[in-house]
Every structure is written in C-alpha cells, then in structure tokens.
Design a protein around this ligand. Sequence first.
Ligand SMILES: [Zn+2]
Length: 317
Amino acid sequence: MKPFYIPEDFPVNEVEFDKRFYDENACYDYLFQNRWPDGFVCTKCGHTEYWFTSRKLFICTNCQFNHSLTAGTIFHGTRKKLTLWFKALWWFTTRKTGINALTLKALLGLGSYNTAWKWLHKLRSCMIRDGREKLSGQIEVDEIYIGGQHSGKRGRGAEHKLAVVVAAEKNEKKLGRIRLQVVRNCSGDELLPFIKANVESGSTVVTDGWKGYSKLEKTCYKHQQVFQTKAKNKESVLPGVHMVASLIKRLFFGTYHGRMDGCYLQCYLDEYTFRFNRRNTKYVGKRFFRIVQQTVNTLPFNRKNNILNNISLLVTS
Ligand SMILES: [Zn+2]
C-alpha cells in the first residue's frame, strides 16, 4: 500500500459512533474520505473530477473510468446495509476480546449463525495491512503448539496440534508488538523466512538453541541464544513469547471452547495480533478507523489455510 497522510478522524466512543453513522450516506462518506483523503483521484489517469451516479459509482470526467468504493472490499455485493456492517466493525474492533458469531447474530438481527460467522471471517481478512512495519530492536522468537493434549517433540508431530512461531518485540523490559504465524514444521526453512518477513534487519533475535535457528548467524541479524538450565526454565529465558503463548491458549480455550478448525487458526491469530498490538491505544475508535482504512485501501487477505483443512484442534487449558 502506498503510504499517504490520512487525518485521524474517528468517533472516540460508541455514543459518537451512533450519532455519526446513523444512515447509509454517512457510512459512504466515511469510506470516501478514507479512500481519497485529499479528494477523488482517478486510479487510471489521475484526474480529480468525477460524476457520482445513483448506483454509487464515481466516474472520472476525463477517461470515464468507473470507481466503486466497495468493489473488492468486504462490503462487495452485500445486500445488507453499510450501517449494519459498520456496527459489526465497531463491536469487532472496540471490544477487548472481540465478538463471537452468536452475539453478533443476536445484536444485529442477522438471519442465521452462519451469516454472522461469515461476516466475522470477512472482518478477520482485513486484520493484516500490506507493507506493515517490521518488528525491530530486540525480538524473542520461539515456537509454540496450539492444540493437542501433551507437549511433544518439535514439528507437526501429533494430530490435533499445530506449530505456531511467535515473535515478540522487547522494549527494555516491556513487551512491544508481536507476530504470529502457523508453520508446517519447525525447520530453518520455515523459521528463517518468517523472521525475514517480520523482523527488521540489524535487529537482535533471541532464540533458544534449536538448530532451526542456527543459520541466523549468517544473516543480517544479531543472533543471541539463551539456554535453559535447572534454575531457569524456558518460560524464564524467553519470557515475552511465553507470556503471549499463555494468553493465546487461554483465549482459544475460553472463546472457542477448546475446539476449532485448524484451517482457520491463522485468521484467529491475525485477529489476536491486531488486538494485542493495539492494546494501549487511547481511543477504542482508533482501532475501528484503522480497519475502515484497510478495507478501502487493501484487498482482503484470504488467510484460511486449506492444507490444514482436516485438522480439528483440541485446545486444552
Ligand atoms: Zn480517469
């Protein structure tokens, strides 16, 4: 996504939200200002004048190219009102642990649980911003397992269990931003590309002695290894990633009652990352604003992993 300045205009609380987004035009105006913060610009020829049609299309007066604010976004082809979608976005982004399909169905009066569930997955597809900033400074990296009854050897060993690599930024002693990614196994072929995609070069990567990280020495990172001793278990040598791991396991056990489809794990991890990285945001409305920006400026990601289709995860407490 091309970086550009967008004035941070958002409702700071639910009262302001309800006052502002009470009809379709208000929602439409908000999408417009987030797509074209400096006014309309034709994507084809750069012209700045347009006609607005009754079918809510913006037509460039120079080259006649049609622009739709919703084409390709999560709102594309919806028969439901934007006011309902905005409300779903608001609840989804501003509540501390999000919202589940049953609650969304009840609050919005949606026809079925299935519709609410699909809406939530569409919202999850906007969690990741293309070209987001990488983690930097000191980063702890380790793998954890979601699902399964017992902790086993590294790799996708047991059924009902998937490996997730966790990167956690440390700002002095405080935890900064995180990244989470489902991996097929814990070899260097999976771990190194994850680090390269998510950590700024020159950063210090802190790992345990696992051989999957041994090639880090030859890369643009400073590699610091920490080792377990009798006095220090893994939780105390890599405290950041293990705190994140216990929070995730608690969330999955509580929210999904210990059972979920493995193919959706990455989507839930993306949602968790979005919330975690914005946990200290002063105004809840800013999270809503970020997602609206992402819906109109980047195509939704399909992060469902069909390879993991037949894996039903058992998440134990
Ligand atoms: Zn044009």
